[in-house]
Design a binder for this molecule. Structure first.
Ligand code: SF4
Length: 437
């Protein structure tokens, strides 16, 4: 759908996805949302099992995942304006004692209060660059707050405003499943800690930033490394210089898209399903593997399809299609370009002529870019309004609550990675920082 044909309430000059969803639910917009439940406050779902409404609703939340306690009534019933005022007042009182970080995929009503906006790694860097702040309020999801805790000073408190804001992709690789996979690979390839005559390890584990600290710790303990969507190729080169093959988790699509672009044949990239013996593969497939891909995906980026790209090209001749590498391989192949959120932002910012962009990534970022660059026509490939529903759990009510708690001298929702996990996880992150193309 053309941006100009959207009803007023959903025109991207108002970058608020929430306003768009509220309009759809109220019947004031002709567009559609993936879940009308998204219009309700996240507190409606926080205490129930499962991820609640939206794109991740089919995903199974692990038992033991944190649940958010009940938000005091005022924060649930306050208007958008009242919450905005409250947040501004609390931030003014706290001053430099607090830094608020907002992820690119975060809802606009929260991002307007962020001191820094970026991807998970940029935000962890922002946390690190503020040693004077006593508290870092991370408006993202759980693994991002863990990474900020790993990279910030031990006495700084990293706070996740809603503990139920997890990431369905990160949760698809549990530490128990990964340890079991490692054990099975050891049975197949021999001692995984012993290099062969060429000095290469049988398997080097590589985890995407979108994974729990426990997985980053596992990787650090076993000679592996972390990657982001910006540096996945450099990191895979690092790993191939040290091992016969790579075990890549949790996102199969980022792993496949990156390795394919490096020339690794698809038949040397078996998929490891942790619920099946040998991951669902036979020994020959695993023996010839170059990259073993974990059976994980992002519920948001999985929604993009080749049909959407075909329709965008038919309706907007000359459209430039850019997608995120968490999209499935056929979508990346059909797009003009694929790259991280930072790549997408930079590509749009660098366009000197008015251009039509069809973007395959999270809707909050797309609508913000459309508002920021009105000289271009920018729209989301998916015509259905479907934000990252776990990130969406950071409602301004939760942000106002944690800031008020800090003003009162309390530290709510602190995310702390235990030392025995944090030390090896930092090793894996430092290897990434040192890796060069
Ligand atoms: S967009 Fe996907 S990978 Fe990112 S936090 Fe949401 S579910 Fe996780």
């Amino acid at each position: 759908m053309s941006v100009t044909s959207l009803p007023l309430t959903t025109r991207p000059l108002d970058p608020s996805v929430d306003h768009g969803i509220q309009a759809i639910v109220a019947g004031a917009s002709l567009t559609a949302t993936c879940a009308t439940d998204l219009a309700a406050g996240p507190w409606e779902f926080d205490t129930r099992p499962g991820y609640g409404p939206g794109s991740s609703m089919g995903d199974v939340i692990p038992t033991g995942a944190p649940r958010q306690g009940e938000l005091p009534a005022w924060y649930r019933s306050a208007s958008e304006h009242e919450l905005e005022q409250r947040i501004r007042e609390a931030k003014a009182v706290l001053g430099d004692r607090v830094v608020v970080l907002g992820h690119f995929y975060q809802r606009e009503e929260v991002v307007v209060h962020a001191d820094y906006v970026g991807d998970s790694f940029q935000l962890a860097g922002a946390a690190r660059s503020h040693p004077e702040a006593e508290a870092i309020v991370f408006c993202g999801v759980h693994f991002m707050a863990e990474t900020a805790d790993l990279l910030s000073r031990p006495d700084q408190a990293v706070i996740l405003p809603n503990l139920a804001a997890g990431c369905s992709m990160a949760d698809m690789a549990s530490i128990d499943e990964v340890e079991e996979c490692w054990e099975q690979l050891g049975e197949l390839y021999g001692d995984l800690s012993q290099p062969d005559a060429d000095g290469l390890l049988p398997v080097v584990p590589v985890t995407y930033m979108n994974s729990s600290a426990a997985i980053k710790g596992f990787v650090g303990r076993n000679g592996g490394i972390v990657c982001t969507s910006s540096n996945a190729r450099t990191v895979l080169e690092w790993a191939f210089a040290r091992g016969r093959r790579v075990l890549f988790f949790p996102d199969q699509h980022l792993g496949r898209n990156t390795a394919k672009a490096m020339g690794v044949p698809l038949d040397r990239m078996p998929l490891w399903n942790p619920r099946r013996a040998w991951g669902g593969n036979d020994r020959d497939e695993l023996a010839g593997a170059r990259v073993i891909l974990w059976h994980g995906f992002c519920s948001v980026h999985r929604r993009f399809t080749v049909e959407q790209i075909d329709r965008a090209r038919a309706e907007h001749p000359g459209v430039r299609v850019i997608v995120h590498p968490e999209c499935p391989m056929d979508v990346v192949d059909a797009a003009d370009e694929a790259g991280s959120t930072e790549y997408i932002r930079t590509a749009i910012a660098a366009a000197t002529e008015p251009t039509t962009f069809a973007v395959g990534t999270e809707i909050n970022l797309v609508q913000r870019l459309a508002a920021q660059y009105p000289q271009h026509e920018i729209f989301c490939l998916d015509p259905v309004v479907c934000p990252c529903s776990t990130m969406y759990r950071i409602h301004p009510g939760y942000l106002a609550w944690v800031l008020d708690e800090l003003v009162a001298g309390r530290t709510p929702n602190r995310i702390q990675v235990p030392r025995d996990v944090a030390d090896p996880a930092r090793v894996a992150l430092e290897r990434m920082l040192a890796a060069r193309p």
